[in-house]
Design a protein around this ligand. Structure first.
Ligand code: FES
Length: 90
């Protein structure tokens, strides 16, 4: 079982294949976002731990010049079980 937390919140469930923004919204975490589609860049987040368990960055993340440890939460998905700790704003 994997988990996700934002700014030190209580860990919430996160499933392999799930995007980080969707998991945060499902858990009621106050994530920043607008488009949910990789366009606005508003969901930029710093991955404090667990980043090596995320899928490869998307072209949208390259467009927004996300460099480790930053990811777009609506684009980054969990590739294998891990506990992910995020920080917003970056
Ligand atoms: S919510 Fe717009 S890029 Fe993620």
């Amino acid at each position: 079982m994997s988990s996700i937390s934002l700014n030190g919140s209580t860990p919430a469930p996160l499933a392999v294949g799930q995007d980080l923004l969707g998991a945060m919204l499902d858990a009621g975490l106050p994530a920043m976002y607008l488009c949910m589609a990789g366009s606005c860049g508003r969901c930029r987040t710093r991955v404090l731990s667990g980043g090596d368990a995320l899928g490869v960055p998307t072209s949208a993340e390259a467009f927004h010049r996300c460099t480790p440890p930053e990811r777009l939460a609506c684009q980054a998905t969990l590739a294998r079980d891990a506990d992910i700790h995020l920080q917003q704003p970056v």
